[in-house]
Ligand binder design. Sequence first.
Ligand code: MOS
Length: 745
Amino acid sequence: MSPAIGLALDRVEGRAKVSGTARYTAELVLPGLVHAVLVGARIPSGRVIAIDTGKAERAEGLIAVLSHFNLPPIPGKPRLLPSLVGLAAPGESFFPMQDEVVHYAGQPIAIVVADTIERAEHAASLLRIDFAELPAHTVLDQVRDQAYEPQRIFGGMLPGRNSRGDVEAGLAQAKHRIDQTYRISPNHHNPIEPSATTVVWDDVDRLTIYDSTQGPTATQMTVSNLLGLAPGQIKVISEYVGGSFGSKAMIWPHVTLAALAARQVQRPVRLALDREQMFHSCGHREEQEQRITIGARADGRLTALRHHKLSLTSPFDDWAEPSLQSPGIFYDCANYEGVYRLARGNTITPTFMRAPGEASGMFALECAMDELAELVDIDPVELRLRNFAKTDPSTGNPWSSSGLRECYQRAAELFGWDGRDRAPGTRRDGQWLIGTGMAGAAYPHAVPPNQQRARARLYADGSAVVEAGVSEFGTGVTTAMRQVAADGLGLPVDRVRFVGGSSDLPNITAAVGSAGTGAVSAAVHLAATELRNQLIVRAVADQQSPLHGADPATVTVEDGRMRLHDRAEVGETYAAMLARGMTPDVEALGVWTPPPLTTPYGMHTFGAQFAEVAVDADLGLVRVRRMVGVFAPGRVLNRKTAHSQLMGGMLWGMSQALLEATLMDPRTGRWANPSLGDYLIPVNADAPDVVVETIEVTDTVVNPLGVKGVGEIGIVGAAAAIANAVHHATGRRIRKLPISLEDLL
Ligand code: MOS
């Protein structure tokens, strides 16, 4: 039996998804269900003076209008926690509808409940709300002089400043210097399935929450905390989630508001956000600018790197996506300083968005390195190899695994980089200016700080079920975990089911930071091997088993049959043994204790991105012609889903480079393009030829299977490779995202 791990299997739930039979949270049919609509503030700052409900109350089907005027305050206080570890994870340290103050446009100020969604929306449109408006600040330019340096950022997880060596001394030694600022527009996740929550209270004060979430336990713990309920009173079910990308990693206020509404009206309540509400209800990648200062010797070796980020955050939280993390360890440079600065504005707290930090930070660094390559007149790949970090420069520790050098080499080979003409603006194809560019990629390998659990159960018919409270939001975890469990148990894949998506199952951290598959595969692997070992021990102790008396270490399992390693004819199936013992099932728990934060290894995932663009010489239109990405994500559990994740990341990087921007209108303090019609994302016709490969590196540090994850690394560096290719094509450096045709006219 050859291993299932690594096979390119189709998604288990693929057919249900594409045929429309998969039921998402907002599609569940429940008896007595009523519908809640959130009403958001029209103004970005001020107070709610009055809500006139007169007309709404006469509307057909209306059940309730809830606001701070008639809702009791919640007992809990939201606090942005250091990380998502299966604990409460509110998206911001603020909970709406507790008083009349408006901090940002779209902040929930009322909930309208009616018997149908249409009637709820209609009644909501009849509310007359009086606001007293105050001046608001919604863009960096309005508040940059009030910027401050936070102690810690990212929910307290990371320090606001990091340094080593002496940057000024390093710059003094430099022959060449780059000092540039890169600006990045706000971005929104826009998963195809908008967030939705359905809540059912039973008559003994227990509630079931169906939620579109990245972590059922995170939802359970957040609502428990905010409503002052015991966790055991709350069950969260999240069977299908239609994408997330970080927008459903934190548990935003609408989830708890749905629970409050359901309690208030004593009916099951569904609250589904519409597309526009998604733009101010679930966080976003914040508006930011990054200044990079590099000093280098004549040969291109770095003597200093300074990376300063300024970004806009909410009135409540010191949130910045950690854009300085990977750039700070990517090159061998003794003198480094990274500093975050924040300015407060009238916005919801920003949040994780695919490759949080690295998608923006590596863009800035890798564009600056391209500028340096041009200045020093060295090939960009060669410049990176000259500054290659053989160990983690922030600690001197070895990498748990790297593969970066191989990624550069393989990607350059696949792309045909050798012999590239270094002078920009020299290649032409009719009206198109042609250019190529490249960039490195890195993403930190996050390990959860607590134990991760999964359960494996073998039935007497020889089939198995493996369970963990993980959310399947498109990552392919449901499929990959069958493969892991099948190998651990010695069963064919089609004899194993994986069940996740419920807070009643063994606790697994919310799947964030590319850590989901690593964490859950570790627990599943341990559960499966633990169960196999138990079954073998049972067989050798069973006088009626052909394996009786054998040393368990000499027994192997193949295709559900235990047998002696060196005598295949001596053995029996799991099923035969359990049937004889009248045992319906046997189960085991797998408990994985992740390596501690003090582990003396640098843990990162690496990759390399190459792109070719064509720029219309007259119109400035940029078309990406091809992309090559080679990544070293450790063990790949399913080649097909991993490939899709990486390719999706690369295409998103193209989108980040050329299309995506949420535009703030500072006059109204509201997003100007909160729809999929106005927020530009690529369609199939924009997709270039994309080549994705992985370099398999062995990693014995990160987790038992050496899985480093593929969720984020695919986007990292892609925008830089494209921006560098645009420069190569046109000779123009566009130091902002997205690069639009106006920039190139
Ligand atoms: Mo991921 S952007 O950390 O949910």
